[in-house]
Design a protein around this ligand. Structure first.
Ligand SMILES: *[C@@H]1O[C@H](CO)[C@@H](O)[C@H](O)[C@H]1NC(C)=O
Ligand SMILES: *[C@@H]1O[C@H](CO)[C@@H](O)[C@H](O)[C@H]1NC(C)=O
Length: 296
């Protein structure tokens, strides 16, 4: 009896919280939020999981049906098992056009037994060149792990199993542009990139090991859906908290990482980061402005 009363209390508390803060949690089936964009025959559906494959005929990709401004997007992915050298599996958000913004996770395959690498990048107003690379602290091919992008007006955070691996802080006051006024779609794709992806392009895709299959589940988009039907000027306003509406991602506690998350990020950088554009002085003789000011 005590158990069920507790259950009801938890239920009503969460019902109250979701009423108090706008932004609906949708943990949905693939079809509700996404659609394949190309190579429809390279998808297989198995209950709540989808498999997307690369073979010597084609890669494949899917994208969200809607566009979003601020919030959090998560996917659970099980990456290509065994030999994945030469392949890239990407999960990213992007707006459209030459001045686009983009937040990228790119999972770079490797030969059997060698670690996958995760490259992240961030484009603002069409300009990228902000690569970071790390080796994960687990084998991403044996189980599902969650990969998320959290985005509000103060920061963009890349998370792996809820551990932050990268933060791009709003430093507009230092003259660094911040992505905050372009709605973004959510995308994933798998393709052959053996000219650069694995060990600098030295290891090529071994097509005798095809098909290369990435598996997905747990599609979650908890973000402000950007309306297509209303005037452009009003669209952005809809996704910004004001007196009448308050989005959970605009809570003051989410304007920066928590102390715990900061510790996690320091740990990731110390033990798992293998490349950071901020410290690549051969490539950037003048340190990029956001790297100078960044606390991390
Ligand atoms: C692949 O494995 C090699 C050897 O362990 C490692 O140096 C490299 O960073 C790994 N990742 C990629 C994408 O090449
Ligand atoms: C694709 O790879 C398979 C297996 O290696 C091979 O039999 C087939 O001929 C290849 N097809 C093309 C179009 O290259």
């Amino acid at each position: 009896m005590a158990g069920s009363a507790f259950g009801i209390m938890v239920f009503s508390l969460s019902a109250f919280l979701s009423l108090a803060l706008l932004g609906l949690v949708s943990s949905a089936k693939f079809d509700e939020l996404f659609q394949p964009t190309w190579a429809f025959d390279h998808f297989t559906y198995e209950g709540e999981q989808i498999h997307m494959k690369l073979d010597n005929f084609s890669g494949a990709g899917f994208q969200s049906k809607n566009k979003y401004l601020f919030g959090k997007v998560s996917l659970q992915i099980k990456l290509i098992e065994g030999d994945s050298a030469g392949t890239v599996t990407a999960f990213y958000m992007s707006s459209d056009g030459p001045q686009h913004n983009e937040f990228d996770f790119e999972f770079l395959g490797n030969t059997t037994g060698e670690p996958y690498s995760v490259q992240t990048n961030l484009y603002v107003n069409g300009v990228g060149n902000r690569e970071q690379r790390l080796n994960l602290w687990f084998d991403p091919t044996t189980e599902f792990h969650s990969y998320s992008i959290f985005w509000n007006q103060r920061q963009v955070v890349f998370l792996v199993d809820e551990t932050p691996i990268r933060v791009h802080t709003n430093m507009e006051n230092k003259g660094v542009p911040f992505p905050k006024d372009q709605a973004m779609g959510v995308y994933s794709s798998i393709w052959n990139a053996d000219d650069w992806a694995t060990q600098g392009g030295r290891v090529k895709t071994d097509w005798s090991h095809a098909p290369f299959i990435a598996t997905y589940k747990g599609f979650e988009i908890n973000a402000c859906e950007y309306p297509v039907s209303i005037a452009a000027a009003d669209k952005a306003k809809k996704c910004i908290s004001n007196g009448g509406q308050k989005y959970w991602w605009d809570e003051p506690t989410l304007s920066e990482l928590s102390v715990h998350q900061n510790h996690q990020l320091v740990w990731v950088k110390a033990h798992h980061m293998v490349y950071d554009y901020c410290t690549d002085s051969a490539r950037f003789p003048v340190t990029p402005l956001e790297c100078v000011h960044h606390r991390h």
